[in-house]
Every structure is written in structure tokens, then in C-alpha cells.
Write a protein that binds this ligand. Structure first.
Ligand code: ATP
Length: 367
């Protein structure tokens, strides 16, 4: 186990900057998820940590060791990819044993270690089969067993579950997380799936366009996003974002198309420079309620908007109410099945301690 430190990492391909000035420390034994949309530089970052790619600028440390220019074989890392990359001509046993053979472990230790990894991944029964005789989920287990069998200092995973069907993906998510906790191996996991990131990561590092935007525990990134991008990338349905202006009049208000919200007095200090200016108001669908049909729990301060039901999405466990407020369609997530009639006038309650206000120009969070 080691701490992995990325210091001022930039990667250019020709004139194109795929990763820009990245500073990030992954703690010893931590499960860190690199999250972001396609093309944001996650895989490039992972490849630099593995040694498959060299940074144009900056340094990478494993503990005190500067590994920036070390080849992958000298880093004691293992990788698991989206394409399982298990060798079809080798039996499962030989696939798992392969990295040990390369490292010239003695035969009896190879046997013991393969047994240990196969038990952990619950694939002991499959050791005599060829990968062609396995399901996708089983093949991915083999790939994970092969990755951990050498007890790497750092485990790198690049979208390892994206080829699996939805149900299996959910099951494997929990298994990989449990396995990592058990092994305590420093793990860096790349995904564009925010649910995967939320459920697996000790911390999430959100990237966009080559830059690291925010890093923190899942609930912190979810509840206190530092920018509009992070706020809207994490959470489903997506956070509602509407244009508003900050206005004064017996306290501070947010005024926008079809609504006027009174803000608590303690918002004033942060909003002082924005009085009379345009901002963006963000509210998550689960931080609102429809008065008379549902209540917000553990909420101390609320505000009210008026709207009209435009559409209802019944998900079974939840209902997503699409409400028209002025020019906007706002989504409200209510627990349970709530069949509100389209066209009905509703009063929408908002949890004021969970609203977000963003600077319109910089898109950084003010509140
Ligand atoms: P995805 O989820 O689609 O894999 P990603 O966030 O992992 O995306 P990267 O694969 O790191 O993204 O790519 C980041 C950017 O760098 C992309 O615009 C990609 O086209 C570019 N890029 C990656 N590798 C190279 C290369 N060898 N040469 C030129 N451009 C590259």
C-alpha cells in the first residue's frame, strides 16, 4: 500500500492539453474515484499513474518514490480494464497465475495465491475453464483476481463494470468495494457513472476538460458542489437550475420567472456583492416537496413557490413531478406513488438549507 501523489501534472498530445495542472493526493488504502464526462482526461490520468503514459509536466510519487518515468513493470501496480483482457487461450487458473509466473514466483506459492484470489472472487469452480466458457461477470471476476493476485501497491481500474448488464453492475459494485476494503489496497477507479462514483468512492475527484474541479467524500460533493458543472453532473434527476436576480426589499430575495423567494438573513454576507445582479439558482429535485401531499423531513427553513403540474413520471418507488413555474419546468422528486393530475395548481416547498446559488459568469458556487 502506498500514497499516490500527483504534482502539477499536465499532459499534452501535440497542442491539445488532455490534463491541465492536476494536483491530487490519493491516500494510503483509499478508494478514489476519478469521475467526469467522456474525454475529460480520466483515462489519461490513470495511464500516467500506471506508467503507460508519461506526463508532459509534473511529477508522480508513490510514497517517497518518484515514479514519473518508471515503466509500468517497476511500479507494482495492477490494472483492470473495461474490456476484460483475459487471455482466451489460457484457462482461468493460468490467467490468474500469469503475473506471478512473470515475476518468477515458485510454483507452490503460485498455487496458494491463485487459490486465495479465486476464493476471494468466488471463482474456485471456474479455474479449469477457458474464458470463452464464462459469462461477462465471471470474466470480469477473473480479471480482478488476476489484478490482486500480486498484491499490488496500487490498483487501477478503468470503467471495469461498463460491459456488464445493469443488474450485474450493481452487484459487482458492492463486491469490488467490499474486496477493496478487505484488501486495503490504494485504488483509483475511473468512471463516468455518477452513481458508481457515489456508491464506491471514499472520495470522488470530479474532472472536466482536463481540469480537476472538486475532490471530496461523496456526500460533500453532492451536498456542497463548488461549481455548476459538479452540481449538475452529480445527482439524478439533475439539479434544477434557473436564472434569478438578487433583489433587496425587507431582506434579500431571489426573483426569477414566476417566482420570488425570500432568503434567510444569514445568506446576506455571501450575497452582498451580488445585489441587483443575475445569478443561477440550483435546487435538487429531492430538496423540494408538494405541499399537502408530501413533506420534507429534517428541514428547518422552507420557502414556497407556486406551480402547475405539467407531467408526472411514476417510477414506482418515487414520483417525479414536472411543474411549470413561470417559464421553467422544475422537477420535484417525491417518495412513493403520487398521482397528481396534470394542470393542478400546486404549492412547492423548498428546503432553503439545500439551495445553491452560482455566479452566472464564473459558474462557481456562491452558496
Ligand atoms: P472516456 O471516458 O471517453 O474514456 P476520458 O475522460 O477517459 O474519456 P481520455 O481518454 O483521458 O478521456 O482523453 C482525454 C482527451 O485526450 C480526449 O480528448 C482524447 O481524445 C485525448 N487523447 C487521449 N489520448 C490521446 C492520444 N494518444 N493522442 C491524442 N489525443 C489523445
Amino acid at each position: 500500500m502506498v500514497e499516490v501523489k500527483l504534482e502539477n501534472i499536465t499532459k499534452r498530445f501535440g497542442n491539445f492539453e488532455a490534463v491541465k495542472g492536476l494536483n491530487l493526493t490519493i491516500k494510503d488504502g483509499e478508494f478514489l474515484v476519478l469521475l467526469g464526462p467522456s474525454g475529460c482526461g480520466k483515462t489519461t490520468t490513470l495511464r500516467m499513474i500506471s506508467g503507460l503514459e508519461t506526463p508532459t509536466e509534473g511529477r508522480i510519487y508513490f510514497g517517497d518514490r518518484d515514479v514519473t518515468y518508471l515503466p509500468p513493470k517497476d511500479r507494482n501496480i495492477s490494472m483492470v480494464f473495461q474490456s476484460y483482457a483475459v487471455w482466451p487461450h489460457m484457462k482461468v487458473y493460468d490467467n490468474i497465475a500469469f503475473p506471478l509466473k512473470v515475476k518468477k514466483y515458485p510454483e507452490n506459492e503460485i498455487r496458494q495465491r491463485v487459490k486465495w484470489a479465486a476464493e476471494l472472487l468466488q471463482i474456485e469452480e471456474l479455474l479449469d475453464r477457458y474464458p470463452g466458457q464464462l459469462s461477462g461477470g465471471q470474466r470480469q471476476r477473473v480479471a480482478v483476481a488476476r489484478a490482486i493476485v500480486v498484491e499490488p501497491d496500487v490498483l487501477l481500474m478503468d470503467e471495469p463494470l461498463s460491459n456488464l448488464d445493469a443488474k450485474l453492475r450493481v452487484a459487482m459494485r458492492a463486491e469490488i468495494k467490499k474486496l477493496q476494503t478487505k484488501l486495503g489496497v490504494t485504488t483509483i477507479y475511473v468512471t463516468h457513472d455518477q452513481v458508481e462514483a457515489m456508491t464506491m468512492g471514499d472520495r470522488i475527484a470530479v474532472m472536466n476538460r482536463g481540469r480537476l474541479l472538486q475532490v471530496g467524500p461523496p456526500t460533500e460533493v453532492y451536498l456542497k458542489p463548488n461549481s455548476l458543472f459538479v452540481a449538475t453532473f452529480i445527482g439524478a434527476p439533475e439539479m434544477n437550475v434557473v436564472a434569478a436576480s438578487v433583489v433587496e426589499g425587507e431582506g434579500l430575495w431571489l426573483e426569477g420567472s414566476g417566482f420570488k423567494l425570500k432568503l434567510p438573513d444569514d445568506f446576506r454576507e455571501l450575497l452582498e456583492g451580488y445585489i441587483g445582479k443575475d445569478v443561477l439558482l440550483g435546487i435538487r429535485p429531492e430538496h423540494m416537496t408538494v405541499k399537502g401531499v408530501s413533506t420534507l423531513e429534517h428541514v428547518t427553513r422552507t420557502a414556497e413557490l407556486e406551480g402547475v403540474v405539467d407531467f408526472i413520471e411514476a417510477l414506482g418507488t418515487d414520483t417525479i413531478v414536472h411543474a411549470k413555474v413561470g417559464d421553467h419546468i422544475i422537477k420535484i422528486k417525491l417518495p412513493g406513488h403520487i398521482p397528481l393530475p396534470v394542470g393542478e395548481k400546486i404549492k412547492i416547498g423548498i428546503d432553503l438549507d439545500n439551495i445553491h446559488i452560482f455566479d452566472k459568469q464564473t459558474e462557481k458556487a456562491i452558496i
